[in-house]
Design a protein around this ligand. Sequence first.
Ligand SMILES: NC(=O)c1ccc[n+]([C@@H]2O[C@H](COP(=O)([O-])OP(=O)(O)OC[C@H]3O[C@@H](n4cnc5c(N)ncnc54)[C@H](OP(=O)(O)O)[C@@H]3O)[C@@H](O)[C@H]2O)c1
Length: 348
Amino acid sequence: MSTPQNAASNLITPGGAFTVTEAPYSKPGPGEVVIKNAAIAVNPMDWKIQAFGANFPIPKKYPAIIGADVAGEIYEVGEGVTRFKKGDRVIGKANWFLTARPQDGGFQHYTVTNCNIVSHLPASIPSKSGCVLPLALCTAAMGLYPSARLALPLPQPTKPKSANKVVLIWGGSSSTGSAAIQLAVASGVTVVATASSKNHGFVRGLGASAVLDYHDDKIIANLVETIKGAGGQFAGALDAIGEEQTWRACAEVVKALGGGKVVSNLPMAFKDVPEGVEVLPVNDTSTIIHHKESVEGVWSRFVFEALKAGTLKAVPEPIVVGKGLEKVGEAVELCKNGISAGKVVVEI
Ligand SMILES: NC(=O)c1ccc[n+]([C@@H]2O[C@H](COP(=O)([O-])OP(=O)(O)OC[C@H]3O[C@@H](n4cnc5c(N)ncnc54)[C@H](OP(=O)(O)O)[C@@H]3O)[C@@H](O)[C@H]2O)c1
């Protein structure tokens, strides 16, 4: 097989512009695959890296190829990979964040990644939709499943057994929140969520039993009442937004319900936490590949079957900025400006 021509949208310097350059093609190592990307999604981390430049802890080295979400076709498989073959349509999480290798970034034609964070994509789902899922699924899974976090039962693609538990998902219309709702519902857990009123239909459609508007002055008291009335043991809260005000709001709800855990997307240490509440950061999303139970329970046994069954939807809706790596800078800017129940995508 001749070596394909690769190109990437690089950050050449901290805080600089995304610039398209040639990039080396890297062969997959043992347990890895190369995905020929058809679509990539942009995440808030991407604009934060560009906006905060040298003040952001990653990447450690520039030029850097970032980007966490890809969809396309398997181009090559590494030693020991049996689940995939060349030409399979897939989605995958690009793990540059963990490995710091340029071949592991998403913003290029050919991305190398670990086969355990890759799933087949049903023919009915276009790449531009599928690419919205990988990082959101990993982040949500790392909040919901590890025993030190919310410790929910692993998800079932169809007919989950009731876990007799209730969870609060703060930010249900976000990428992470919409993945978390779908995973929790597939775990047999009742979901109470927050979102702006205009997104309540979307969030209910993902299986949340109740959705409350977080702009409401009485949101804390209303959530407490709703969770009490939902039936089942309270399993804790997932703050999918990861801001000071959102983890604090979750902590207030948890305290009012007698104490417990808040798992937050904010990867930092938390100060002045209310008594009886434990707030835990999801600061290790990329390490899901080392959490055998979660990675197998979600990526190997759930994602493809649930996408086929329609119990996992490729949401939020892709907002396609255009086609070509040259569009990455514009896409990152759009994400920075803020989006509601959507995910910025570039077709490649
Ligand atoms: N720790 C990690 O590993 C990790 C991984 C991924 C993301 N993150 C972080 O998690 C955050 C969310 O990422 P994302 O990609 O899921 O975001 P996103 O989809 O871009 O978030 C947009 C959504 O956030 C909702 N929102 C904004 N402020 C809110 C608030 N105060 N309360 C409730 N909902 C609110 C909006 O809901 P409405 O339009 O309905 O108001 C909107 O739909 C970002 O800060 C990101 O950097 C962390």
